[in-house]
Design a protein around this ligand. Structure first.
Ligand code: FES
Length: 151
């Protein structure tokens, strides 16, 4: 193996630059106060009596029947949470908590809940209770028949 030695002054300069970079990144993450409801992805509305199309089911994230009105469902493997704030209106967000990156655990009592440190998000993705300071980023969904499809 071939190791190169650096003098103490060079090592301190590199360490200082590394710490400065970490501080700037930390400010960008934790200093942000972006608690506006997620935009610009508009909610998707659907006819609650729409017919199911078996051909669409293969690509479906879920059926609209899987998402309770006034609640939602977390799809951890896809890192997405889908809510239905009002009957026939669906929204989707990243399930990655904006606090420290845990996948949110569930949707209950009208909020999207992260079990890591207790953050809660409203069904429109905005912060209901910290420590998270930023809304969940929106994800695009579409609805075909009774199927919810990512993208
Ligand atoms: S990672 Fe979600 S509350 Fe901390």
């Amino acid at each position: 193996m071939d190791f190169q030695c650096v003098d103490r002054r060079t090592a301190l300069k590199v360490a200082g630059l590394t710490c400065a970079g970490a501080t700037v990144a930390g400010c960008a993450t934790y200093g942000a106060q972006d608690n506006e409801p997620a935009e610009p992805v508009a909610p998707v509305t659907v006819d609650p009596n729409a017919e199911a199309d078996p051909a669409e089911a293969a690509d479906a994230l879920a059926s609209i029947d899987d998402i309770p009105v006034g609640g939602g469902e977390v799809f951890a493997s896809e890192q997405v949470v889908v809510t239905q704030p009002a009957s026939g209106t669906f929204q989707a967000f990243s399930a990655v908590c904006t606090h420290e990156g845990c996948i949110v655990a569930n949707v209950s009592d009208g909020t999207i809940n992260c079990s890591c440190h207790g953050s809660r998000f409203n069904l429109d993705g905005s912060v209901a209770n910290g420590p998270a300071a930023s809304a969940l980023p929106p994800r695009q969904i579409s609805i075909a028949g009774r199927s919810i499809i990512l993208g």
